[in-house]
Design a protein around this ligand. Sequence first.
Ligand SMILES: Nc1ncnc2c1ncn2[C@@H]1O[C@H](COP(=O)(O)OP(=O)(O)OP(=O)(O)O)[C@@H](O)[C@H]1O
Length: 300
Amino acid sequence: MPTGVPIEFAHLTKSFGNVDAVSDLSVVIEPGQVTGFLGPNGAGKTTSLRMLLGLVRPSSGTATFGGTPYGRLASPLRTVGASLEAASFHPGRSARNHLAVYAQAAGLPKTAPDAALEKVGLSAYAKRRVGGYSLGMRQRLGLAFALLGDPSVLVLDEPINGLDPEGIKWIRLLLRAMAAEGRTVLISSHLLSEVQQTVDDVIIISHGKLVHRGELSSLDVSDSKQVQVNADDRDRLAEVIRQAGYQVSNLRSGVLVENAEAAEIGRLAFAAGIPLTGLSQKRTGLEESFLTLVGEEGSL
Ligand SMILES: Nc1ncnc2c1ncn2[C@@H]1O[C@H](COP(=O)(O)OP(=O)(O)OP(=O)(O)O)[C@@H](O)[C@H]1O
């Protein structure tokens, strides 16, 4: 199983004319977890990732994989799987054919394309022309390309953007499994809410500068605790919770309970014999902290 190597940005800086796209960014991204690289549009995420992948030359500083820049990796596709822009594939060729060309060029095993297509759930469509693929299938194919060399590091720019709820759930599980295997997983997003169920750690940049680094929970500074809960018999659920002394309000998709812990609400419903269809602790503090850190200008 491939063991991830750390990604290291050291004093990474890039200016385009008088625009400081990335300024003195120093941070290490560890293997074995999913790290979110967050910031509003224009914060400098894509430029940082492009420097990491050797597509843009830094004005100063370095971006390396275990100390080695991308351009000097012995077998780049086996070390790093990346998907930056929405990948463009020739519409007349099949998914397997596309991947086979890259696999052959990189000296990967003949089985690599089918293995990658299986990982992203496209095996049944391997021979179909890419022109007939839906947007979601194209995104899966982009990811299959990133996974082609069974890499120990994954670098994905906005991988969740534009996916439907089923696709989001799927990619979340895939990325978490990759990290659990010991790989290094870095994903960018301009929306905290989009990745907050996927990432362990966050790196937040704004105007090209690092503004926060830490576990996701380090952003949760809210002292108001809300629980969102749902059941088929929502009226009875609300009544049981209200009788236990909680303040309850109705949402379109459930019941919102103020100043509560999810575990306690779960116990109340269980004791009353009400099967729940949903139960989550609302972490309103995260988004607020994120907006404060990035100056509230972007993110939405
Ligand atoms: N090739 C370029 N020439 C000039 N300016 C650029 C170039 N690439 C990026 N920039 C500028 O650098 C800044 C950072 O852009 P970048 O694309 O890295 O941000 P981002 O965080 O990835 O945002 P987005 O999510 O919108 O892509 C922006 O002000 C952008 O206009």
